[in-house]
Design a protein around this ligand. Structure first.
Ligand code: PLP
Length: 461
């Protein structure tokens, strides 16, 4: 099959140089030096193959972005066809290339229910967040409320790694080495049913967090807050699915104070949670949406920040210097990224990937749900659509998370890999986020591998 890898002389060079020159994200350089990363050389559909010729189900979908699966001919054809014309031209020079025009129209069509009005392209999810934060500040300057510069976000939230995103990040892990950060950023408790000091009841919990937000806004003064940013389902922070009432109530409390709602849809956008957009799944219309990852299924990097009619109205009052968008990237509207996105979004719609994510997500949860009853390690299995997490605990009664430094998550992931499935230990949570094209058989293979891995953990711990 095409997933087979034929060894080449280059393989030796790769093995010798792996981990020696490159700094890898989210780990210590010396850890990488001692334990070089697995070299992945091929992908096909939901499978990837490593340099030793072993093939695995890609249970993490690249990095929850390869939503249409690996090596799709349609996406490759769209990219190469565009390369035959022109690979790149600036969008700063009074010029533009065709794929970004097509993509902007497509995104507007897809977000019509959210009343979206304009899109600004970039290269990453972090860019999409940075753009959202900056445009929301500019919005308030145009609206004559320049003091509205603050941002509120949720603890456990992840919004990329630029200074703005780091400042609104809800985990000190990502923040502490890089301060000082932006002033005027506040984090409130996450509406997390499994771990919170308020209530086991989801609706009571949602109300408790909403009250906290309301009180914070009153304390700081609504006139100082530009926007609230959150993920519809918190991803990197541990797959935290809020109670169903949380997002509608969040929208209400923000509307009370005129504060903008930014939905960070970098992971949830384009189907992962079972709805086309995470916020749509909660029945909520944000003011700004951030996209990346699944928009191109990872074939070429691309970010997009979309603003609604309300926000764009601030720019429609006329041309004045305050309204110039002094923001944008060399890669804004990149012809190859936009071509990849056009082909990807066609697959997302034609194959109803949100629908498949919903169905396979349910099957996955069904298959995994019994694990906490016998595993000494797994406290909870939770998720929505094809973003699912296994919460690893040191103590099942207190729900105290494992110490990630002890390597239990890595042990389970290694055992799962021995069973032919890649999953990702992120702190105390094992994350499963496969391509949205996942079949029933592949879903069952993930379930089977995790059960075997966790049983082996019980024997060898
Ligand atoms: N926002 C969310 C919700 C994310 O999960 C991520 C990445 O995982 C980002 C932003 C940052 O995206 P990128 O890594 O493409 O910069």
């Amino acid at each position: 099959t095409t997933t087979q890898h034929t060894p080449t002389p280059r393989d030796n060079f790769l093995r010798e140089n792996n981990g020696r020159h490159q700094i890898h994200p989210m780990t210590h350089p010396l850890i990488i030096e001692n334990r070089p990363p697995r070299i992945i050389v091929k992908g096909e559909g939901s499978y990837v193959t490593d340099i030793d010729g072993k093939t695995y189900v890609d249970g993490v979908g690249g990095l929850w972005n390869v939503n249409v699966g690996h090596n799709r001919p349609e996406v490759k054809a769209a990219i190469t066809a565009q390369m035959e014309e022109i690979s790149y031209y600036s969008s700063f020079a009074g010029t533009v290339t065709p794929p970004s025009i097509e993509l902007s129209a497509k995104i507007m069509e897809m977000t019509a229910d959210e009343d979206m009005a304009r899109v600004l392209f970039s290269a990453n999810g972090s860019d999409a967040v940075e753009t959202a934060l900056k445009l929301s500040r500019q919005y308030w300057k145009l609206e004559g409320e320049p003091e509205r510069t603050g941002f509120i976000s949720l603890k456990q939230g992840y919004h990329g790694i630029q200074f703005g995103g780091t400042s609104v990040n809800g985990s000190t892990l990502y923040r502490s080495a890089y301060g000082p950060l932006l002033p005027g950023c506040y984090q409130v408790d996450s509406p997390w049913t499994y771990r919170n000091p308020y209530s086991e009841d989801p609706e009571e919990l949602a109300e408790a967090v909403i009250t906290q937000i309301d009180r914070l806004i009153q304390h700081q003064g609504a006139h100082t807050i530009a926007a609230f940013i959150a993920e519809p389902v918190q991803g990197a922070g541990g797959i935290i699915v809020p109670p169903a009432s949380f997002w509608p109530r969040l929208r209400q409390v923000l509307d009370k104070y005129g504060i903008l709602l930014i939905s960070d849809e970098v992971v949830t956008g384009f189907g992962r949670t079972g709805a086309m957009f995470g916020a749509r799944g909660w029945g909520v219309k944000p003011d700004i949406m951030c996209f990346a990852k699944g928009i191109t299924a990872g074939y070429i990097p691309l970010g997009a920040t979309v603003i609604n009619e309300r926000v764009f109205a601030a720019w429609q009052k006329g041309i004045d210097p305050t309204g110039f968008i002094m923001h944008g990237y060399t890669a804004t509207g990149h012809a190859l990224g936009c071509a990849a996105a056009n082909a990807t979004l066609k697959i997302v719609e034609d194959e109803d990937l949100p629908g498949n994510a919903g169905r396979m997500g349910q099957r996955l949860m069904e298959g995994l749900k019994d694990i906490p009853n016998w595993s000494s390690l797994v406290g909870e299995v939770r998720g929505k659509g094809l973003m699912v997490g296994l919460d690893l605990v040191a103590d099942k009664d207190t729900r105290e998370p494992i110490d990630p430094g002890k390597g239990q998550g890595e042990m389970v992931a290694t055992f799962a890999r021995d069973e032919g499935v890649i999953v990702r230990p992120a702190g105390p949570v094992i994350i499963i986020s496969p391509p949205l094209t996942l079949s029933e058989k592949e879903t069952d293979k993930i379930v089977d591998a995790l059960i075997k891995a966790l049983r082996r953990y019980e024997e060898e711990k």
